[in-house]
Design a protein around this ligand. Structure first.
Ligand SMILES: CC(C)(COP(=O)(O)OP(=O)(O)OC[C@H]1O[C@@H](n2cnc3c(N)ncnc32)[C@H](O)[C@@H]1O)[C@@H](O)C(=O)NCCC(=O)NCCS
Ligand SMILES: Nc1ncnc2c1ncn2[C@@H]1O[C@H](COP(=O)(O)OP(=O)(O)OP(=O)(O)O)[C@@H](O)[C@H]1O
Length: 202
């Protein structure tokens, strides 16, 4: 038997990747979330966090020994060189963990959800690319409502990500999440059926 179909789900900040993956998880599909893995590789006591503290200073470590994510976010999204430094440290560790988790996934297909799927070598981990798409104005309003971030910070994060057009050009399947959640539900149902078909045809 060939290995399970691996599906990458991507989209810019606030596009609705989690809204899609929650709906797939409730159907029993295993989801690896790159944002969660990115937190695990810098947990308190890890050697990656030690290196971050050495490089950025104690101001990015909270009193409880955890990474002060808000402090590091302010630094890396205002200075591309610092962001690249952080990515060079964490992306290989994130990639290793993602590969392991995908290899052991046991559902009919497995999902990797990542904001940087197409910007990184994570793309090589998947057989089918789903892009969750909304206009930039919707990304900004939903992210601001969720995270209490300034519009300036959301725009800086978006500037570090691929453009909407390039992302759409790389998609095998596009989910349009500009409408209501009920419309998303319908699209996710159709997506799940399509992915089951593709997986069965392997
Ligand atoms: C800078 C950090 C500490 C900020 O943490 P915070 O809790 O505020 O944000 P979180 O990790 O939940 O990310 C929120 C969103 O920001 C965007 N984002 C995060 N890192 C990046 C990046 N390097 N480039 C572009 N966008 C990014 C994504 O859309 C992500 O969904 C954190 O994002 C981080 O460690 N980033 C580097 C690792 C990385 O590239 N992660 C992305 C998944 S591989
Ligand atoms: N169709 C929709 N209508 C209204 N709100 C939505 C819709 N889809 C998602 N949301 C909300 O918008 C916000 C962003 O969605 P979500 O967290 O799923 O995006 P994401 O792509 O996973 O974001 P990130 O890259 O930042 O992790 C959330 O608060 C979510 O509840």
């Amino acid at each position: 038997m060939s290995k399970a179909l691996r599906v990458g789900i991507t989209g810019g900040i606030g596009s609705g990747k989690s809204a899609v993956t929650e709906r797939l998880q409730s159907r029993g599909i295993e989801v690896v979330d790159a944002d969660i893995v990115a937190r695990e590789v810098v947990e308190a006591g890890s050697s990656a966090l030690e290196k971050i503290a050495q490089h950025f200073g104690k101001e990015v470590i909270s009193a409880d020994g955890n990474l002060d994510r808000a402090a590091l976010r302010r630094i890396v999204f205002s200075d591309p060189d610092q962001r690249l430094w952080l990515e060079r440290l964490t992306h290989p560790l994130i990639g290793e963990s993602i590969a392991q988790q995908l290899a052991t996934a046991a559902s009919s297909y497995a999902v990797l959800s990542s904001p940087l799927l197409l910007e990184s070598s994570q793309r090589d981990f998947v057989d089918h690319i789903v892009v969750v798409d909304v206009p930039e104005s919707v990304q900004i309003s939903r992210t601001k409502a969720r995270d209490n971030n300034s519009e300036e910070l959301v725009r800086a994060i978006m500037a570090a990500q691929m453009s909407r057009d390039s992302r759409l050009a790389a998609a095998d399947t596009v989910i349009d999440n500009s409408g209501a959640l009920a419309e998303l539900d319908q699209q996710v149902t159709a997506l799940h059926e399509k992915l089951l078909r593709l997986s069965a045809a392997r």
